[in-house]
Design a protein around this ligand. Structure first.
Ligand code: NAD
Ligand code: FE2
Length: 386
């Protein structure tokens, strides 16, 4: 039996009126000077403009920091901390994808705990409870609105640094599926596959528990059944809502089961070769299934079943791996339509040079097999090739 504990410290609010809900939250919590953290595009979206107007009309003196870029470097967090302090802010409303919400979490950590966000890489530095983060996701992928993680890029080393902080989860996650209706097809595919990889890797993690397993199964089920409609009929609100719920539940799961070598691969390769995060984890997943298939054949089979595959009763681990990988690739490439990795024009010889870094990345230790340079090299050789 596995003994486990599972906390859910984020207050989740689903709303069709973002402006009203944000005002309610600020009034309930007594926040009077929020800092909006987002990118230039989201700052102009109608729902966001209406929310700012509503706050202004109600004497809330908000400020805006709209300098978020994808795969944000640590310097963006520095600039955000300065904006927070210059404006004498007392809370943060982060609106956007993982990049915006991660930076907002970084700003919140530093404004409460001091120092510089770079000081919090690794596990040594304590992070005190950091209230005041209201996260509004506009992609359905990272689950950052519910998770304890933030991922920033070190520009000098071209590496992504993952920081984990249970004390820095959002105070509120505000879900408004209308915000996701504008998400372009390519980003819907990539972010949806990111959420799928969270669930699949969390399911195949050393830290998995029966409760995280149940979440992972439901997240994969929802994505298998609703992500295709969200991709091909982006205005379908029901599909968008289901996919958003799946991504957020996966974010909560991440705090407990984490991810595995699939995300390590994305963190190392993503920042070095500028591979979109959700695409990187999707190109990695078939290799992850192969790598752990002998250690966890039952779970790999269950992933296959969720993906619509059937298995002979006496299927060997090799057959289970092959059938599940085929089903996943069909879902990824044919049903959703992820573009081919060859578009990035990066050779396998280049990819395998990163074996040592992938092996030592933070999440690799969650992988339920002994990792060596040899087996990680063999795994990387297949990255994006299948
Ligand atoms: N905190 C976590 O637990 C966690 C987990 C996985 C990944 N990440 C990190 O999150 C980042 C990726 O986040 P992401 O995939 O959400 O993308 P993102 O936040 O980088 O956004 C990508 C692009 O999509 C645009 N966009 C966002 N919402 C939109 C909308 N509704 N309509 C139109 N365009 C929209 C943004 O303007 C941006 O240009 C990476 O840095 C990754 O490493 C974090
Ligand atoms: Fe991810």
């Amino acid at each position: 039996m596995v003994n486990y504990k599972m906390l859910q410290n984020v207050k989740v609010v689903n709303t069709d009126n973002l402006a009203e809900t944000l005002l309610d939250i600020l009034n309930t919590e007594g926040y009077k000077r929020p800092l909006f953290v987002m990118d230039g595009f989201l700052n102009t979206v109608e729902t966001v403009v209406a929310a700012k107007q509503k706050l202004a009309d109600n004497n809330i003196e908000y400020a805006v920091f709209d300098k978020i870029v994808p795969d944000p470097p640590a310097e963006v967090v520095d600039a955000g901390v300065k904006a927070f302090n210059d404006n004498n802010s007392d809370s943060i409303i982060a609106i956007g994808g993982g990049s915006s919400i991660d930076v907002a979490r970084g700003i919140n950590i530093v404004r409460v705990n001091g120092g510089n966000i770079r000081d919090y890489a690794g596990e040594s530095r304590e992070i005190a409870h950091t209230p005041g983060l209201i996260a509004v996701p506009t992609t359905s992928g990272t689950g950052s609105e519910m998770s304890n993680a933030l991922v920033i890029t070190n520009k000098e080393t071209q590496q992504k640094i993952a920081i984990l902080a249970d004390n820095a989860v959002s105070e509120y996650a505000v879900l408004n599926p209308d915000l996701v209706l504008t998400l372009p097809k390519g980003m819907t595919i990539a972010t949806g596959l990111d959420a799928f990889s969270h669930a699949a890797e969390g399911y195949l993690s050393n830290l998995a528990t029966p409760m995280t397993d149940a979440l992972c199964e439901k997240v994969m089920f929802l994505l298998y059944n609703y992500l295709p409609t969200a991709v091909h009929d982006g205005q379908n609100r029901e599909a968008r809502e289901r996919v958003m719920v799946a991504a957020s539940l996966a974010g909560w799961m991440l705090n407990n089961a984490g991810t595995n070598i699939g995300h390590s691969t994305a963190h190392i390769l993503g920042s070095k070769y500028h591979i979109v995060h959700g695409e990187a984890v999707a190109y990695a997943l078939p290799g992850v299934l192969e790598l752990v298939g002998h250690a966890m054949p039952k779970k790999v089979r269950e992933i296959g079943q969720i993906l619509g595959a059937t298995f002979p009763a006496d299927a060997t681990p090799e057959q289970i791996i092959e059938i599940t990988v085929t089903s996943y690739k069909d879902f990824r490439d044919n049903v959703l339509g992820l573009h081919s990795f060859t578009d990035y024009e990066i050779s396998s010889d280049e990819i395998v040079k990163n074996a040592d870094e992938v092996l030592h990345e933070r999440f690799a230790g969650n992988t339920p097999v002994d990792l060596t340079v040899d087996n990680v090299t063999a795994y990387l050789r297949k990255f994006g090739q299948q």
